[in-house]
Design a protein around this ligand. Structure first.
Ligand SMILES: [Zn+2]
Length: 110
């Protein structure tokens, strides 16, 4: 019976130990580094977006206009005319790997 008590005590000790591994200071440091990451890209939006055509799968890197949205895009693979999906402001938001600059900057869009 003595050995069982011993193992239970060890278990409780382990649990206490893992809880101590995530101190508030660590969470705070993580939060701060996240905040720093957020600030960086808002200053200069990425202007290249790789559009993937939903019809043929063709991929093309396009340069986006910095302060406007592109509503239509003609696929260079199959010539399909792409339009944004409902709720999206432009073809880059719908089919590109990077949303358009106004969205990146968290501004309202055209
Ligand atoms: Zn296509």
């Amino acid at each position: 019976m003595m050995s069982m008590n011993e193992s239970v005590r060890k278990l409780l000790n382990n649990r206490r130990h893992t809880a101590a591994l995530t101190p508030a200071a660590d969470a705070w440091a993580m939060m701060r580094s996240n905040l720093l990451c957020w600030e960086e890209p808002t200053l200069k939006p990425k202007l290249d977006s790789e559009i993937t055509c939903p019809a043929c799968g063709h991929k093309e890197v396009e340069t986006m206009p910095e302060d406007a949205c592109q509503y239509f895009y003609e696929c260079k693979g199959c010539r399909a005319l792409l339009k944004p999906k409902p709720g999206d402001c432009c073809v880059f938001c719908s089919y590109g790997d990077t949303p358009c600059p106004p969205i990146q900057l968290d501004q309202s869009c055209c």
